[in-house]
Design a protein around this ligand. Structure first.
Ligand SMILES: [Zn+2]
Length: 314
């Protein structure tokens, strides 16, 4: 079923809605709530969740006789509906970041009302998942992000089967994110970070789609999922495990490497060229042996720009 979370009017155009999918048996609250597109230029998450909604609706329609949806799932593929249309991270009218507007309010500005409606719809879920990407300049390996997790969340995070679980403390600065608001409620909360903004990276999207299916199966929301035996190890990384390489000089950075590969200390990962003469200015190498979890994709570098991140096995 498609429901409008929120309908809003606009001054000199027709109104707009934020739609969501409610799929599976009726219940007072969803077992699983999935949210993407809080940032309108993060298309990977929007694509993954719209495809997941299509798949689960298909399961409900009986097109997959082996599968049965046991519990209710709520999917909001694009919170920042107008931002997605305009490829804008922020809410286009006032440039505010919806993920800095939580817990929101029913009588506030537009984005506060959006935040309120999204929180109301999701906060009672047993499991809550918020999908993001890195910026348009940087690519992140598909990963689970835990913010000040409970032990139960650490265990559940492995059910996605994604190669990296990154743990962070809950930020004392960004207390107005959806994640901090979720934390006040029982249930478990996860952020998935997938690739880079502004594009659909099909490999990453397919991998995260499979991760969500495996999660649905392992948590008993979807019955009949055949779960692949873990074919790779899942690494749990804390903040100290990360080593970053920053540009010492400006230039054009080019790399043919893929995120998600294990690299050796000193392994060549790309080159910085002089943007005019084409000379190689610098060979960029891995600072340690570890998993290449993030890589710059925008070629134009200024001094001090982040080029890559490698996480050492803990
Ligand atoms: Zn985001």
């Amino acid at each position: 079923m498609i429901r409008n979370l929120l309908c809003m009017t606009a001054p000199v155009r027709e109104g707009f809605e934020i739609p969501c999918h409610e799929i599976g048996p009726k219940s007072s609250h969803p077992a699983l709530a999935l949210v993407a597109g809080l940032h309108g230029d993060e298309i990977n998450g929007v694509f993954i969740l719209s495809r997941l909604a299509d798949f689960l609706n298909s399961v409900e329609a009986g097109n997959y006789p082996d599968l049965r949806l046991i519990k209710r799932v709520l999917i909001i593929p694009a919170v920042n509906v107008l931002g997605v249309n305009m490829r804008s991270r922020t809410w286009p009218f006032d440039k505010s970041d919806i993920n800095r507007m939580f817990p929101g309010s029913t009588i506030g500005e537009t984005t506060q009302r959006i935040a309120y409606a999204v929180l109301e719809a999701t906060k009672r879920a047993d499991y809550r998942i918020d999908i993001h990407t890195a910026s348009a300049d940087f690519e992140e390996v598909p990963q689970v992000r835990l913010h000040g997790p409970s032990d139960a969340e650490r265990v559940t995070a492995r059910m996605f089967g994604l190669p990296a679980i990154m743990e962070r403390s809950l930020s004392p600065v960004f207390t107005t994110t959806m994640m901090s608001s979720w934390k006040a409620w029982p249930g478990q909360s996860f952020v998935l970070r997938v690739g880079q903004a502004g594009t659909v990276q099909l490999d990453h999207c397919q991998r995260v789609f499979r991760a969500l299916l495996s999660f649905l199966g392992r948590t008993g929301v979807l019955e009949g999922v055949r779960i692949a035996v873990e074919d790779e190890d899942i690494c749990h990384f804390d903040k100290e495990s990360a080593l970053r390489v920053y540009a010492e000089k400006a230039g054009t950075f080019v790399s043919d490497r893929q995120v998600g590969r294990w690299v050796r200390a000193g392994e060549e990962l790309g080159f910085i060229y002089d943007s005019f003469s084409g000379n190689v200015i610098e060979k960029v190498v891995s600072p340690a042996a570890g998993l290449l979890t993030g890589l710059r994709r925008h070629p134009l570098l200024f001094e001090g720009d982040l080029i890559l991140r490698v996480n050492r096995r803990m």
